[in-house]
Design a protein. Sequence first.
Length: 279
Amino acid sequence: MNRSVSEQRTIGIIAGRGIFPATFVKAAKKRGLRIVMAAFKGETEPETAEQVEVLEWFRVGQLGKPIKFFQQEGVSECVMIGQITPGRLFDLRPDLRVIKILGRIKERNAETMFGAVADELGSAGIKVLPSTTYLEDSLPGPGPVSGPRLDAAGVDDAVYGMRMAKEVSRLDIGQSVIVRDGTVLAVEAFEGTNKCVRRGGELGRGKNVKLVKVAKPDQDLRFDVPVVGPDTILACCDAGVSAVVIEARQTLILGIEEVEHLCNTHGISLHALEAGGAE
């Protein structure tokens, strides 16, 4: 690296798909950071990858080569952001580093797998930062966020949904539930939020149906932070889900301008509650 580059703070990104990596890149650029991205073929958006200073493509299941790439580029801090298509995790062609990780963990969920990856990066001198780094303003506090306000009955139902979602997340099943009038219609698991929304919306028939999304108890902010973006709101529109309730200060809203536009256009309430149900 030349002298000007070596003096510039560098941050690495292990980037999956979706809006999250692009949002982080924009925030990091505002702070003048040099961005080094490890992108994944078939996952990372090419448009996002083109925005960074240094880029290399890998396949899902590789870890040794991304670590070597980061070390060569002087990366000592990184974030892991964006999604990997769930089904691909069953079709891995793991390298030796990932094989060793898989051999160490008994339960294969987001916390154990990403936690083990973070430990492996740490052992190579690369610290994994919270995925909310530089995005703290996108973690709304309690109260209405956008769209129509929930009435008292709607808030009560949201509080119930949050209690159920917290229990589901505690069991490492998922972060979201779909509720209607004190009944859980669908629980998010491995399939992801949008498919859960479709199932719950179909059962709820478009009446008083709410998506409730929370963080896990003692959420590790380095990975699997709950996120709501334009795609979430569009999925709710298509499924007849009339409200999205998130855990205040623990859920990232990405693409907030588009999210607000969609909520106002389609009459979807976006509301943040504390874990205990307080506004």
